[in-house]
Write a protein that binds this ligand. Sequence first.
Ligand SMILES: C[S@@+](CC[C@H](N)C(=O)[O-])C[C@H]1O[C@@H](n2cnc3c(N)ncnc32)[C@H](O)[C@@H]1O
Length: 234
Amino acid sequence: MISLKSEYSKYYTYKGRKISKKISLSKKNLIDKIYHIYTIDEFIIRYHNKNYLNQKIVLPKKFNRVNIEIGFGDGEFLIKNAIAYPKELFIGIEVYLNGIAKVLQTISELKLKNIILSNLNSIYFLEAMTLRSVDKIFIINPDPWKKKRHHKRRLISFEVMELLTKLIKSKNSIYITTDSESYFNDMNNLIIENRDSLGSHNVKILSENDELYGISRYQRKAIEKGEKIYQLTF
Ligand SMILES: C[S@@+](CC[C@H](N)C(=O)[O-])C[C@H]1O[C@@H](n2cnc3c(N)ncnc32)[C@H](O)[C@@H]1O
């Protein structure tokens, strides 16, 4: 993996920034030992590399449903879902290597067989997916990039939303939550302005009874600070 990362660093960066957080030796060893079993990153890099056949991802047929979580952080929600629904496939994409290592640890302890992991910038993964091949997509509290001059670093843009809507099998299967009112407003406006291509959507402020309320450490921290959690479904 490390050699892939240095040779094809472009696929591991997002909005032009390199991800270089320190990782412990034990986590590095775990990644070196078992990450290749749970990932198809090399295939995706080949997909984007025009010297190879331009074949889209072929997922294992044995699963009832295909779910994707983008930016899973430390993987709490991803793991919870994979345990609760063993017949479904959960694809977790996260550029933060420590998060990948955490999930790998749990996967190997619990012998979970229904997770595919990717350490790539999610856009490259999504672009390599077959249209209408995904049942649900979750993006739980993407980085809000609060300062206006940093808004361009945000994960969600019209292009990303459009790509997501092409991947889902049926309407209202994309779930995005955020604790940032400004990010929520921007996403909400983008959908309203582009209704022709993105279709209709639902919005709500989550409360305790909602499924996605308090489901990650990041989100719980925001709730403790008194922030509202906004959800968009489309
Ligand atoms: C604010 S954190 C939230 C993490 C987690 N969803 C949670 O709620 O605890 C956003 C996460 O998205 C990841 N991320 C940001 N841009 C990404 C991208 N283009 N592809 C994959 N992951 C990304 C970051 O590394 C970070 O872990």
